[in-house]
Design a protein around this ligand. Structure first.
Ligand SMILES: *Cc1c(COP(=O)(O)O)cnc(C)c1O
Length: 364
């Protein structure tokens, strides 16, 4: 039995080389593993051209752990964070800020609209007490791409700190720290780098990190402590996700051999185009217009047919070897299909064929 293809934006389908990299055991104390960690961190900084002013702080856990650690470490106790909200991952940031006891100012948007730089500009102008903006780059809840370069320019103009959740864009959508100013950029092993899930990382501005000691109310989530310990010892504080880090090393090697970010974007763009055109031919409608759609994950409206049921649809597509993702919208009935992972356009075409077959069986 072969594994099903994961059309979910993490965990995702990984290559045989990435899986094989997990067949060794590593000592957390050992020089070889410390070197592996250091090389991964160097590459993660270089992927966004951030060598000059930023450092990489890896953290055990899923992506959300790294988002929470970045907010809890970089936003001081009296800080105030503007959150342009156009989807579920923006709302998760607001929840995290609530747990951390950091004040949030929500800038509500429709889930069909990208975050509006002019409204962010006005909000920062109106409230000088706002210290940071927390911006989701690709809002994976819908698949919309937010205009990060424009937003970063406005935040920089106002002299506030920018914290970017680039979880589902890092490695695929261009981000260049030489022209785009941020204090922290957060991503994880198991998204567009096509590693396995289990570690997040924060590309943090060194000066911002240096003045953030004492901000965190959690030891495990304190990025300053993690960074300082790693600088001193070359080791992670606490048990590292050794197999995940080794798989990420292998995944980054493949990423580079395949042509880096431009090649990854090109493949995902082909995947997305194959998916969307195939689904439209079946009569499906995308939630977003093409101009706002990131080639990462696509939200489709559910068929308006009383015979359609997502759980049954999911099971029938699963039998045919593909794992779909439920929708994340409250107002409309949708489901999502990821375009990322070690897959090509042919795989997406096969997925569309499986979906057509499943609908036929359901009589939809
Ligand atoms: C995947 C993702 C996260 C992290 O989710 P986890 O389930 O904790 O890995 C955060 N933000 C965005 C935009 C994501 O796509």
């Amino acid at each position: 039995m072969t594994d099903p293809i994961l059309l979910t934006p993490g965990p995702l389908t990984t290559s045989a080389d990435t899986k094989s990299a997990m067949l060794s055991d590593w000592g957390s104390w050992d020089g070889a593993f410390n070197e592996l960690t250091a090389s991964v961190c160097r590459d993660l900084v270089a992927i966004v051209n951030a060598q000059r002013d930023h450092v990489c702080v890896p953290l055990q856990g899923s992506g959300t752990f790294a988002v929470e650690a970045a907010l809890g470490t970089l936003v001081p106790k009296g800080g105030k964070v503007l959150v342009p909200d156009n989807g579920s991952y923006c709302k998760r940031i607001v929840r995290i800020l609530g747990y951390l006891g950091r004040e949030a100012v929500i800038l509500p948007h429709s889930e069909q609209d990208p975050a509006d730089p002019a409204r962010i500009d006005a909000a920062l102008m109106a409230d000088p007490a706002i210290t940071h903006v927390a911006q989701v780059h690709c809002e994976t809840g819908t698949g919309i791409l937010n205009p990060l370069p424009e937003i970063a320019a406005i935040v920089a103009k106002h002299g506030r700190g920018l914290i970017v959740d680039a979880m589902s864009s890092y490695g695929a959508i261009p981000i260049d720290a030489r022209t785009l100013r941020f204090d922290a950029l957060i991503a994880a092993s198991g998204k567009c780098l096509e590693g396995v899930p289990g570690m997040g990382f924060v590309i943090a501005r060194r000066t911002a990190l240096e003045r953030s000691g004492g901000n965190s109310c959690s030891l495990a989530m304190d990025l300053v402590d993690q960074w300082q310990y790693m600088q001193k010892t070359g080791q992670w504080r606490f048990t590292p996700p050794t197999h995940v880090a080794a798989a990420l090393r292998a995944a980054i090697d493949q990423f580079q051999a395949q042509g880096g970010q431009p090649a990854r974007l090109a493949r995902y763009t082909e995947n997305c185009a194959a998916l969307v055109s195939g689904m439209r031919a079946l009569g499906f409608q995308t939630f977003l217009p093409d101009a706002l759609q990131a080639p990462i994950i696509v939200t489709f409206h559910s068929p308006p047919d009383p015979k359609y049921d997502f759980m049954e649809f999911y099971a029938l597509v699963r039998e045919r070897g593909f794992i779909l993702y439920p929708g994340k919208l409250t107002a409309v009935d949708t489901f999502r299909v990821g375009c990322i992972g070690a897959i090509g356009a042919d795989t997406l075409r096969q997925a569309v064929a499986a979906i057509a077959d499943a609908l036929r069986e359901m009589g939809v």
